[in-house]
Design a protein. Sequence first.
Length: 340
Amino acid sequence: MPRSARPPSNIEAVDALLVQGGLHPTRRRLRVERPAKREGLDEVRPQQPIRVVKSRIEIVRAPAFDRLPWLIHGFSTRTGGVTQAYAPGQRAGELNLGFTASDSRDNVLENRRLLLEALGAPRNAALVTLKQIHSSVVRRVRRPDAGRTLRGDGLLTGDPGVLLAIQTADCIPVLVADTKKKAVAAFHAGWRGTLQRIVEKGIGRMRSEFGSRPEDLIAAIGPGIALCCYAVGEEVRSEFASQFAYAPELFRELSESDPIREKYPLLFLTARAPGHSNLGPQLHLDLMEANRRQLIDAGLRPESIAVIGHCTRCQRNRYFSYRAEQGFTGRLFSIAGIRK
C-alpha cells in the first residue's frame, strides 16, 4: 500500500488532533525497559529448531526428536493451508487446525490432511485430539480413540500409527518421547494446567504405563506465549507461590512501551497519589520455564529438554495468538506419533 494511502496509526491520529488544537508535536525516541537477568536461569538458551517447508506448509521440529527415525513430530505454524477467515483478502490461505466458529469444518479437515502429509505420516494414521479443559487429566490412547470425544489435556501412546495432537494458540505445548520404549506423550500446558503439574504428572503416567525411565526421555517445549508478552494478575503469582518453591524465579515485572503515552505523558496524568496509578510495570509469567522445571523435577536431564523459544504473540505473522488477536484466531497443532 502506498504511504499516502496508508491508514493513520493511533499515534498519527493523536498528532492530527493536537495540530488542530494549535499544538505542534515533535518526535521522540522510545525506550523499552529490558528485564534484568535472572540468576541461575539465563544459562538456558532456546535451541535452534529445524524448519521444514513442504507444499507451503511450515513445520518446526526439535533437533533431538528429528534424529529418531521411528518418531513423527512437529509444531505447526499458520503458514499454508486453505483457511481465509483470519486473513481475509490475502491470496494464500492459512493453516487453522481447530474447529473454530469462524472456519468451516471442510477447511479444517483439509488443513489437517495437508499437515499430516507434510509430516510424512502414513495415510492410515489415526489422529487423536482432545477437548481441552485446562486440567491435569492425562489419557493413554489407542487407534479406536481417534473417533471419540475425549476430555483432558495430556495424551500418551505406545501404539504405532497413532498421532497425538495438542491444540494451542498461546498456551505451551510439550512433547515427550521415550527413546528406549518407543512411547510418546503430548501435553497442553496453560497456566492452570501448569499449576496442576500436568507435565510432571504425565511423566509419572509414562513410567507406570510404559515402564519409562526419565533418563531415557527427551522433551520439546514448543512455541507459545513467552515471558516478554504474558502479563498476568497478582492472583496467578499467589497460586504459583503456593505450589512451587521456585515460583519467584518464574515471574518478572516488565514495563510495556506505549508510543502515545511515551510521546504525550501529560495526557495521562491522574489525580491519584504516587503508587496508586494503573501506570507502571506489569507482572509477567514465564510458562516455558515453568514447564522446563517440571520436566527436570520429573527426572529428565536438562540437556534432554529442547526449548524452541518462539513467542506466539510476538510472531503473530507466523503463529496464531489468542491474546494478540483478541480471541479471533485459529489453532496450532503440536504432534507426536510412532511410525509403523
